[in-house]
Design a binder for this molecule. Structure first.
Ligand code: ADP
Ligand code: ZN
Length: 739
């Protein structure tokens, strides 16, 4: 009780030590109590350093009340870290809200907002910059690493040590040894100002067309209003959605408020960043997982102190501590890349809407093919819709046709059908570019022994190994396991019997080399493109017309603008439609529509050819007719009766463990104790879509409820009734993206 506080060790002290409740970025159920040093106090949101399990961690003073009954003398001491921003109440509420919705520990959500490395002190204002000279090395003394350093410096003149080490991919020792020989000089340089201010009146603004103007004005007005609103901004690819929402960003800048723009794959968005810089005179601040620690720290602080006015980021940018956020944009809102599938399982688009609601902000969801969820919210009157009717500047939408592979198949062992070959030939003859799309990396998705029928499977996953011929390996695309391509079949020892089955982009490229030996080819696949720089280089080669034929995986679909590209060929339009996933049709349509949207974005009209064995499929028909809305309505009608999302709620329990018997026992028990109530239904347990992943067996149970029933209390109650052994894990996925 309170006795201790009143009459115990605190008695008679002038300023009793303060107790605080501190949320730590750890998967703990609740905040932990600490005491502050005498005379110190800290409001909620203050960042403190606290000892936990023998180490010091940054945590945040939380809003919960510390337990007054716990003896003060037994509390550990946390100390306030000077010079750090406080986490605003709205961000704390968001963290609690996301934890509650996803049934994660609040500390796990906090870990997405603060991590100790982010909070380390920033370097001094001045840094040592390295440049070439004064003496020059003799040729023989140039190791590849040293040569690389000089090349980098020829390009950049001077760089700080960390930047130089990172750019050249070498150790700091190389630079020291070069400096000792007089090949490098050090100068004191001032650090560049953190973030230059974007200028809303910069010359890059486009003259908007009528409906673009109307949409831009409506969005800008919602920025001025400073109230919560959700707008769906839709319109075909190339209709100027980006141009339009950048005007709302300009309005926020004019008002001195920050904007957050979420993109599904920021690391591959070089063209987007260039475009922003053309519009506003300076590049935006970017946020994604590939940033160097120093850039991360600098950006986090600049977001917190408000000097980073516009932040473009991947989903994790949602938890940045904005000083004064005024607008959120979610571009390509239908993309499943916004769903984080590990750790805290959450959908960044949905949580962005939550952040907007908590902070009373406007948010715009942007897509040419909005998700069924978003359309349902428009239908229900919760979201406003602004539509851009046509492509900008009279560019027409590409004409889409199917190539029926049943009547015009490719040659044996080939994958490009004669009508496609003809279309490519015509395109190249006109001096235009063609792109072939196949959403599969590597050479072949399956390798088979013709002699005994052996198939190469991943030892850790329910998946075939994919051959990567250039690297001479077989690789699992789920866990990364790889093995050398064997000479003989491991099952029957036959040689020359291993046969690739089906195409990957490497194999299509091989076929293209045979068919069009003189065409300049470029392969764009996420594993071979060479990161963000490589992707930017590739995009430049295409716009500069340094290539004729592009062969790519889904990364070619990502919003690129290639003015000379007039033909898009889809090698396997049926890929993705097979399988039991209810969302497969919607997803395939969105992907193929986006790929198709790369064609004919300038004056020359575009064409899209879809190779298919089932051209009568509604997805293919919708792409041909261009009537996406009708397809989505039919999809909606298919989901309504069964209360499938968006007409009901869904949560998945993924039970996984290395021990199959235990995994099955826990899933069976969950099945037996499934909740029963009107409007509540449990499907499963059944093998999860990947029945084995990274050596863990996986079972899935789906909880489906009516829309007006919250799944969280049901899940909590359900899980509390089942004893889950230590070596089995149950992951909760509220609103799974595939079902
Ligand atoms: P979306 O985001 O809908 O795909 P974009 O905003 O990328 O469309 O516009 C497609 C292309 O048309 C871009 O190159 C863009 O710069 C150009 N564009 C769009 N609207 C205008 C405009 N009003 N004036 C000039 N160019 C425009
Ligand atoms: Zn695997």
């Amino acid at each position: 009780g309170n006795e201790l506080d009143l009459w115990g060790e605190d008695a008679g002290r002038p300023a009793p030590a303060r107790r605080v409740s501190v949320l730590l970025p750890l998967p703990l159920g609740r905040p932990l109590d600490y005491r502050l040093p005498d005379g110190e106090s800290a409001e909620p949101g203050t960042i403190v350093l606290a000892p936990v399990h023998g180490r010091m961690l940054h945590g945040v003073v939380w809003d919960s009340e510390p337990d007054p009954g716990f003896p003060l003398s037994r509390l550990k001491t946390a100390s306030v870290v000077p010079g750090l921003p406080r986490l605003a109440p709205d961000l704390r509420r968001l963290i609690d809200w996301v934890a509650g919705y996803t049934l994660s520990a609040p500390g796990e959500v906090l870990a997405m907002a603060i991590r100790s490395p982010l909070l380390a002190p920033l370097p001094d204002r001045t840094v040592t910059l390295w440049g070439a000279g004064p003496s020059m090395p003799e040729g023989a003394q140039l190791t590849p690493a040293r040569k690389r350093v000089l090349e980098i410096l020829a390009e950049h003149e001077t760089l700080s040590l960390p930047d130089l080490v990172r750019e050249a991919g070498i150790g700091a020792g190389v630079i020291r040894s070069m400096a000792e020989r007089g090949w490098l000089t050090a100068t004191e340089g001032a650090k560049a100002p953190a973030f230059a201010q974007p200028d809303p009146a910069y010359q890059g603004a486009a003259v908007l067309s009528g409906d673009q103007r109307a949409a831009a004005d409506a969005l800008a007005a919602s920025v001025t209003e400073r109230a919560f609103s959700v707008t769906l901004l839709d319109g075909v690819t190339g209709s100027g959605k980006t141009e339009t929402y950048l005007e709302a960003v300009a309005e926020a800048i004019r008002l001195g408020r920050q904007s957050l723009i979420l993109l599904p794959e920021i690391a591959l968005s070089a063209q987007w960043l260039e475009r922003f810089a053309r519009r506003f005179g300076v590049p935006p601040a970017v946020w994604h997982s590939d940033l160097s620690p120093a850039t991360r720290r600098r950006t986090w602080r600049a977001v917190a102190d408000g000097t980073a006015m516009v932040v473009v980021g991947a989903r994790s940018a949602l938890f940045l501590p904005f000083a004064d956020l005024g607008l959120i944009i979610v571009d390509e809102e239908h993309e499943s890349a916004f769903k984080q599938e590990e750790g805290v399982i959450y959908h960044a688009r949905d949580m962005a809407v939550v952040r907007a609601r908590i902070e009373a902000l406007p948010i715009a969801l942007v897509s040419a093919t909005p998700s069924l969820e978003t359309l349902a919210n428009v239908e229900a009157g919760r979201y406003r819709r602004l539509s851009l009717a046509s492509r900008h500047g009279g560019a027409s939408l590409p004409e889409v046709t199917a190539i029926d592979l049943r009547s015009t198949p490719p040659e044996r062992g080939r994958f490009i059908a004669p009508p496609m070959i003809q279309a490519i030939t015509d395109t190249l003859e006109r001096g235009e570019q063609a792109m072939l799309f196949l959403n599969r990396r590597g050479y072949a998705p399956l390798t088979l022994c013709r002699h005994c029928g052996h198939r190469f499977a991943c030892p850790h996953c329910t998946a075939w190994l994919v051959e990567h011929r250039q690297r001479r390996i077989l690789q699992c695309h789920h866990c990364g396991h790889s093995e050398g391509m064997p000479e003989a079949c491991p099952a029957c020892d036959a040689t020359d019997s291993l046969t690739p089955v089906g195409p990957g982009v490497e194999r299509v490229t091989e076929e293209i080399e045979l068919l069009f030996p003189d065409a300049r080819r470029l392969v764009m696949a996420s594993d071979t493109i060479g990161g963000p720089e490589g992707a930017a280089r590739a995009a430049r080669q295409i716009t500069d017309r340094a290539v004729d034929l592009i062969i790519g995986t889904q990364i070619v679909a990502k919003g690129w603008h290639f003015p000379h590209l007039t033909l898009v060929g889809v090698i396997d339009a049926d890929l993705g439609l097979a399988g039991g996933d209810l969302r497969a049709g919607e997803r395939t349509l969105q992907l193929l529509h986006q790929v198709a949207g790369r064609a004919g974005r300038a004056e020359a009209p575009g064409r899209v050819l879809l190779q298919s064995y089932a051209p009568e499929h509604p997805v293919i028909q919708a792409l041909i007719s261009g009537d996406i809305a009708a397809f989505m309505e039919a999809e909606a009608e298919g989901r309504r009766p069964g209360h499938w999302p968006p007409f009901g709620r869904l949560a998945a329990l993924i039970v996984s463990g290395e021990d199959m018997v235990e995994t099955d026992r826990v899933s069976a028990e969950l099945g037996r104790r499934a909740p029963h109530a009107p409007g509540v239904e449990v499907l499963g347990p059944a093998p999860a879509p990947l029945a084995m992943l990274r050596g863990r067996h996986r079972r899935r149970l789906l909880l489906r409820t009516r829309k007006d029933i919250a799944v969280q209390p049901i899940l909590k109650n359900w899980l509390s009734e089942v004893s889950i052994s230590r070596n089995v894990r149950v992951d909760i996925d509220v609103d799974p993206v595939s079902f």
